[in-house]
Design a protein around this ligand. Sequence first.
Ligand code: CO8
Length: 255
Amino acid sequence: MSELLSQQSGRVLTLTLNRPQARNALNNALLTQIAEALEAAQQDESIGAVVITGNERFFAAGADLKEMASRDMPATLNDPRPQLWARIERFPKPLMTAVNGYALGAGCELALLSDIIVAGDNARFGLPEIMLGIMPGAGGTQRLIRSVGKALAYRMVLSGEAIDAPQALRAGLVAEVHPAALTLEYAQKLAASIARHAPLALQAAKNALQQAQNTGLSQGLLQERQLFTLLAATEDRQEGIAAFLEKRPAEFKGR
Ligand code: CO8
């Protein structure tokens, strides 16, 4: 069976990590499949949002340590993983993660890279790399500190200790917490309601939010203004406003 299951319902594509024997560890093959699935979803107009999930007990236990064990410094320098992460990061549509159980190391980094994390009450987020004599290498230090702030980010990265779902909610790492059996359902419902909006407006809004994470305030404000202005040229903008004024649901076309 494939290590990445794919299922579309309405405008929502759900990708399920399926390497239970390795606790969904993200080896290069699985990361490649995720990148390819997202690139296909980007081209597919019938898909408005994507949810990546694991199973009820674990989301992903990190990079594949069996694969990493044999890599020395030259091999790490030529590692294809940074390119794979960059391909995942370039996905322009809303990308959510539904996290139950462990999201450790690269599993936590995949959740951090997603736009919205919906967590189960059994979720645990951690960057345990320090315990292995290494450090996070797929955006963990940079994204975690922007998400949860200095105190908790330093604590998590330097101690390697994981936090639980209530703590992740308090810290603003996750958007919602639900009973584990319902996590995916709630994530899919949220994804479906997001995917109903105008596709170009969603992409522009995501792009502007990414600028806020990646650049300073003045550059971000400039980008926001440019994206806002570009949307004025879309048919969906006319439709959205006309529908409101005519008291009817909007019919967006992605143009
Ligand atoms: N990689 C490979 N195999 C794994 C991993 C992993 N990360 N985690 C678990 N497995 C395997 C185990 O080796 C075991 O295999 P086997 O049956 O062949 O012995 C099987 O999964 C089951 O493991 P456990 O018996 O330990 O399962 P439990 O359910 O008891 O525990 C845990 C689950 C808590 C998730 C535990 O397995 C664990 O702590 N795993 C390691 C977590 C970890 O340290 N993750 C960080 C990895 S490092 C990383 O992600 C760095 C990213 C840097 C990226 C840089 C890119 C450029």
